[in-house]
Design a protein around this ligand. Sequence first.
Ligand code: SAM
Length: 189
Amino acid sequence: MNKSYSDATKYLLTNLNRIRPIDNCSKILDVGCGTGRTLITACTKYGCGGVGVDLSDEQIKDAKNTLKKINIMRKRNGHKPLNIKFVRGSGSELRKLFPRSKQFTHVLSQDALLFVVDKESLFKNMFRLLVSGGALAIADFLAERPQADFSAHERRTIYKMLNWNEDLSFVARSRSFPQKRQLSALRSR
Ligand SMILES: C[S@@+](CC[C@H](N)C(=O)[O-])C[C@H]1O[C@@H](n2cnc3c(N)ncnc32)[C@H](O)[C@@H]1O
């Protein structure tokens, strides 16, 4: 599992860099950054900066702690600290988090966008936040068979563990995506 995760990160970053080369002036937005490993990997490799957004404050806390430790080590070794910020927020509400447009040269997301409820707002804002000619790369889970909704008990447990502050979607429900019923119809073809 860890290997497939890190292979996916490598593949995502290779493609992001192919679309628009990442350099030390680049600024990357990671939506659903989790513990920050993808963004930290990218910024370490290319010497750039970025912002990671995640709905879970447990994940953001973890990401901040990791970054703090890495930057202490970097300082000890005479390297500049990584210029990364981790912010708790929702992919559905990027407008609130980033009211100004065109702030990033690259936007990425690994295995997180399927959870974002308002996909229309998500994609509109990811596009708005990119400089002209900026690059967007997404890696996500794809269901191989119909996925049952979580039970109320499972949802409560997940929200409690991760300290999520909004609902989540495991099936695309916004206007521009097929509804659940349409997805089952597509699958049965
Ligand atoms: C499977 S993890 C992936 C984390 C990270 N991208 C990685 O590859 O390690 C999915 C992440 O999406 C976050 N998430 C779920 N719904 C979200 C939303 N609406 N906005 C932002 N992040 C969300 C979760 O808190 C979780 O950290």
